[in-house]
Design a protein around this ligand. Structure first.
Ligand code: HEM
Length: 526
């Protein structure tokens, strides 16, 4: 490259032009035409108007004008990394899923950590749930484990998700606050959603202000199924346990860090990846059968409940190592498309109504966000561990259509791929029966027991943090009825916690306990 300075009228340089040296690449338009001057538009006369015929300028600005794509409707702010999953336990007896067939088996992965509520440009250390989404490029297709750093969720049914998110996101009239929890609409919705109480305990704990992405756990949340080669199935919960340990910051630290370095978490991971300090997580499974599911106090299909590890230990089966930073944020981190319905032979869904709704939502939103059904052709989304062959064709931005005359099957020309009855994905034949109803099962109706269990499992210091977080967040509510309603729920969880929060909020008297623990009449209308 040759750098040339053109003299200005005051003796200093007026313009910088960098021109191509022998053997180097020349700058071109998107049509491949070499550009002679990348600093000046084409004008009619030196001081005249710019000409419409300046295709070099128009090509450059046209592309720039369309650089932004919609941010994710939730989990907009995230940070991705490449990694490898190594199997440490042969699970071939209970699942035919490719990553678990042999000890030592390596599977390429891509991981994206995220906050939920804030926009793409928000700060990293908001008090918020963190996304922990893992794409496994397996020998039998892509498997996405799209989890969070909290083992339960706010709601039991996908029907509620848009309302939850509208309540969580900045209030539409004023466009703030960005923080997930510190506002009236969020707490108003939560106070009317008793099933969210367990998640709220986790959310107000130190878990939602992690020190680093590297010091968080991850959870698949829902109950899934494992299916073996004989077609036998067991239930499973997925957990990621960080080898770096579990660490959080204090709220005061979070506030300071956000002010000084809103990119704290992404910088931390970038530095770890680029200096060879590769973070690791053990994938641990809780595996159980129908008999346990029937005997468990709660419904295993209820995403607001966890299965205590005292009842079923989480056994390590493999290790994830993040070992490579992405070399292009937009290409990988922004365009990656995780989807709960991306499963492989050996992994199947349960009837969890939240999971079933998610299975629809991700693909739907990604068509809008990425603009084309062909996003599966992008490097970050295509199956990398196995071939992809089908008769899909055309669509926006399609590249590499199959060649030839025949784009269908069955065909008598004997060309193209065919079904594989032996190796192909077969859904587990779970028996289904019942009337078509819009009703919640009675087994989903206890919203406080596990919330209490979580609160009581915390150390005194952690309990104080949790109480202080509730006081801080609820004190941001302008409507005192919302504060009172929340204390009413807390009374069903722990009286000391409720009275501590009530006095922190300066409530004149303790509100009565909430009585909405069971489904309302409206829930029961067929
Ligand atoms: C992202 C929907 C519940 C974890 C998203 C996105 C949507 C969505 C539309 C944006 C996806 C994109 O633009 O690529 C839903 C619905 C839910 C639900 C409808 C409930 C009915 C959950 C739950 C979890 C979760 C329970 C955790 C277990 C995530 C994660 C991402 C995400 C980690 C970010 C993925 C990424 O990094 O690209 N969700 N979600 N979601 N969701 Fe959910």
């Amino acid at each position: 490259i040759n750098t040339q300075l053109q003299n200005g009228t005051d003796g200093g340089p007026a313009e910088v032009h960098q021109t191509v040296a022998a053997g180097a690449d020349a700058l071109t338009t998107s049509q491949g035409v070499k550009i002679s001057d990348n600093q000046n538009s084409l004008k009619a006369g030196v001081q005249g108007p710019t000409l419409l015929e300046d295709f070099v300028l128009r090509d450059k600005i046209f592309h720039f004008d369309h650089e932004r794509i919609p941010e994710r409707v939730v989990h907009a702010r995230g940070f991705g990394a490449h990694g490898t999953f190594e199997c440490t336990r042969d699970l071939s007896q209970i699942t035919r899923a490719a990553p678990f067939q042999k000890v030592g088996k390596l599977t390429e992965t891509f991981v994206r950590f995220s906050t939920v509520a804030g926009s793409k440009g928000s700060m990293d250390l908001a008090r918020d749930v963190r996304g922990f989404a893992v794409k496994f490029y397996t020998d039998e297709g892509n498997w996405d484990l799209v989890g969070n750093n909290i083992p339960v969720f706010f709601i039991q049914d996908a029907m509620k998700f848009p309302d939850l998110v509208h309540a969580v996101k900045p209030e539409p009239d004023r466009g703030f606050p960005q923080a997930q929890s510190a506002h009236d609409t969020f707490w108003d919705y939560i106070s009317l959603t008793p099933e969210s109480m367990h998640m709220v305990m986790w959310q107000m704990s130190d878990r939602t202000i992690p020190r680093s992405f590297r010091t968080m756990e991850g959870f698949g949340v829902h109950t899934f199924r494992l299916v073996n080669a004989a077609g036998e199935s067991q239930f499973v919960k997925f957990h990621w346990k960080p080898r770096q340990g579990l660490q959080s910051v204090l709220w005061d630290e979070a506030v300071k860090i956000n002010g000084a370095d809103p990119d704290h978490h992404r910088r931390d991971l970038w530095e770890a990846l680029t200096t060879g300090d590769h973070p690791q997580w053990d994938l641990c499974l809780q595996v159980f059968d129908q008999a346990f599911a029937d005997s468990f106090d709660f419904d295993i299909l209820d995403a607001t409940k966890l299965i205590p590890e005292e009842l079923i230990p989480a056994e390590p089966v493999g290790t994830l190592t993040l070992d490579r930073a992405v070399d292009n944020f937009f290409e990988f981190t922004e365009q990656v498309a995780f989807c709960t319905q991306n499963v492989i032979p050996g992994i199947d869904f349960s009837d969890d109504p939240l999971l079933q709704g998610r299975n629809f939502s991700y693909l739907d939103t990604q068509l809008k966000r990425l603009g084309s059904t062909n996003f599966t052709q992008l490097e970050v989304n295509r199956p990398r561990g196995c071939p992809m062959h089908n008769f899909q064709q055309d669509g926006h931005m399609r590249k590499g259509n199959r060649k030839g005359q025949v784009m269908y099957e069955p065909n008598g020309f004997e060309v193209g791929p065919r079904e594989d009855p032996l190796q192909g994905y077969v859904s587990y034949a779970a028996p289904v029966e019942g009337a078509k109803v819009r009703i919640r099962a009675e087994s989903f109706a206890d919203h406080y027991s596990q919330a209490r269990q979580f609160y009581l499992s915390q150390t005194p210091v952690e309990q104080t943090h949790l109480r202080d977080a509730l006081v801080f967040e609820l004190s941001k509510c302008e409507h005192t009825r919302i504060r009172a309603a929340m204390v009413g729920h807390l009374r069903n969880i722990d009286e000391d916690l409720a009275s501590g929060v009530a006095s922190g909020l300066g409530l004149p008297e303790l509100p009565p306990p909430a009585t909405a623990a069971r489904p309302t009449r409206q829930d029961l209308v067929l």
